[in-house]
Design a protein around this ligand. Structure first.
Ligand SMILES: O=P(O)(O)OC[C@@]1(O)O[C@H](CO)[C@@H](O)[C@@H]1O
Length: 397
C-alpha cells in the first residue's frame, strides 16, 4: 500500500483555532485554580503569575534550574524552539502543552523545598474522587447483575470511555453535561479478539479520580471474565495535564472502591489480590510525561506492547500521541496510523481536540453541519481497535 505523506503538525498559533484557546483561556484558569487550591507562599504565587505571563506574552526559554534532574533532557527536546524568539503558541501544540505542565510544577516548587512532591492538583482530584455523584454511581453497580454478558461487557468498556469526560482540565472549560454519542464502536471486535485468546492487557491510563475508578473496574472485568491473564497499568510518575493519574491516585481510587460495599468493594479486593500476586503490575514510566508521540516509545514499552494481547490507550492526549498530533484527513484508517506499533492496540477516546481519524466522510459532513464544535466538546467518542500490526504505515510521523 502507498504511504500518504503526513499533514502538518498542529500548533496553537491560529487565534481562531482550539489550541490557541488552551493557552489563552484554559491555562489561565488552571493556574488560578492551582493558586487557590493550596496555601502557597509569596514565592510560589509570584512564580505562578510570572510563569503564566511568560506563556501568554513571552518566548520559549530553557527550563529553569530546579532539582528534577531533567534539564539536559529538556534542552535536547527544546533545541528547535528555545532562544529563537518563538511564542509558546508557535511550537507544536503537543510539545508546548507538555512543557507548560512541566514548568507549572517548577513554579509550584514541586521539585525542591517545602512543597516538594506536593501534587498541585491534589485537592481537585480529591474533590472529584469524593463526589456524591460518583459514590452514588458506585453504589448502583449491583444493578448490572441483571444485564446480559454482552451488555455487561459493553457497560464496562463504555464506563471507562466516558470516565474520560471527567478530565479536570477539560472540566474547567466544559459546558453542561450532554448526551454522549459513540461514533465508532469496535468494542465487540476487541472482546472477540480477547475471547479468541486471552493474554496480558496493558492499559495506558489518562485521568485520575472518576476516570481511573472506571478504568480499574474495566481491568477487573477483564481479569474476572478470564479475558486478561495479567494486567499492566501505565501511570504518570508525577502530576501532569492537571488530573493525569499517578501511583498515589491509583491507591486513592482503590481505596474509594473499598469503601463502597458490594460490587465496588469486591472489585477492589480482587484488584488488591492481583497486585499482591503480580497479576496487576503498575508502571509509572517517565516517557509518558515526555513531549513526544508514541512513535518515540522506548524499547521496554514497545516490548510490552509486542507481548500483550492488546494495549488500551485512554483519552484525548494519548490519542494525539498515538496517531500523531496532525490534521489528518478524517477518513485515514486508525489501523494505518497505529501500525508502527508492534502489537494490537485500541483507543478509548472522547473528542477534546482537533485530531480525528477513522471516520467515514459522510459522518464527518453530518457532524460538521449539525454541530461545528463537535471535536472539542467531549460529547463524541470512539472505541477504535487497530488489530494486529499489518505493516501499513504513513511516512513522516
Ligand atoms: O487526555 P485527556 O485528559 O482526555 O484530555 C486532555 C485535554 O483536556 O488536554 C488537551 C488540551 O489541553 C486536549 O487534548 C484535551 O482536551
Amino acid at each position: 500500500m502507498s504511504t500518504p505523506p503526513a499533514p502538518p503538525v498542529i500548533t496553537a498559533a491560529d487565534p481562531a483555532a482550539f489550541p490557541h484557546s488552551v493557552f489563552h483561556v484554559r491555562h489561565p484558569k488552571v493556574i488560578a485554580q492551582v493558586k487557590a487550591a493550596l496555601p502557597y507562599g509569596p514565592e510560589q504565587l509570584s512564580a505562578l503569575d510570572a510563569f503564566l505571563d511568560a506563556t501568554l506574552h513571552g518566548t520559549l526559554d530553557p527550563l529553569p534550574q530546579d532539582d528534577a534532574g531533567d534539564r539536559a533532557q529538556w534542552d535536547l527536546w527544546g533545541a528547535p524552539y528555545f532562544g529563537r524568539g518563538l511564542r509558546w503558541t508557535d511550537a507544536p501544540f503537543l510539545w508546548a502543552e507538555s512543557y507548560f505542565h512541566r514548568r507549572l510544577l517548577s513554579a509550584t516548587g514541586y521539585f525542591a523545598g517545602l512543597w516538594r512532591g506536593v501534587d498541585p492538583f491534589g485537592p481537585m482530584k480529591a474533590a472529584s474522587l469524593g463526589s456524591a455523584g460518583l459514590a452514588a454511581e458506585l453504589a448502583q453497580l449491583g444493578s448490572t447483575a441483571s444485564l446480559s454478558a454482552e451488555e455487561r461487557d459493553a457497560a464496562a468498556l463504555h464506563a471507562s470511555l466516558w470516565g474520560n469526560r471527567a478530565d479536570l482540565g477539560f472540566q474547567l472549560v466544559a459546558g453542561a453535561p450532554v448526551v454522549p454519542e459513540v461514533l465508532v464502536d469496535d468494542g465487540p471486535a476487541l472482546y472477540a479478539h480477547l475471547d479468541a485468546a486471552p493474554g496480558r492487557v496493558n492499559l495506558v491510563a489518562d485521568n485520575a479520580a472518576e476516570e481511573l475508578v472506571y478504568d480499574l473496574l474495566l481491568l477487573d472485568h477483564l481479569l474476572a471474565s478470564g479475558r486478561a491473564t495479567e494486567l499492566t497499568l501505565y501511570l504518570k510518575p508525577r502530576p501532569y495535564y492537571v488530573s493525569d493519574a499517578t501511583p498515589q491516585d491509583f491507591a486513592a481510587a482503590v481505596h474509594l472502591l473499598e469503601t463502597v460495599p458490594g460490587p465496588a468493594a469486591d472489585a477492589a479486593r480482587r484488584l488488591r489480590a492481583a497486585c499482591a500476586d503480580g497479576r496487576l503490575v503498575l508502571v509509572a514510566a517517565e516517557f509518558f510525561c515526555a513531549p513526544l508521540g508514541f512513535d518515540a516509545l522506548p524499547k521496554e514499552i514497545l516490548d510490552a506492547i509486542a507481548t500483550a494481547r492488546v494495549t488500551l490507550f485512554k483519552g484525548d492526549l494519548n490519542y494525539r500521541r498515538l496517531v500523531g498530533d496532525r490534521l489528518w484527513p478524517q477518513n485515514t484508517p486508525f489501523r494505518t496510523l497505529t501500525s508502527y506499533l508492534p502489537g494490537p492496540v485500541a483507543a478509548l477516546r472522547t473528542y477534546k481536540s482537533d485530531v480525528s481519524v477513522g471516520l467515514d466522510p459522510e459522518t464527518v459532513r453530518a457532524l460538521d453541519a449539525a454541530e461545528p464544535g463537535w471535536r472539542f466538546g467531549g460529547r463524541h467518542a470512539v472505541i477504535q481497535f487497530g488489530g494486529a500490526a499489518d505493516g501499513e504505515g504513513v511516512s513522516g510521523r
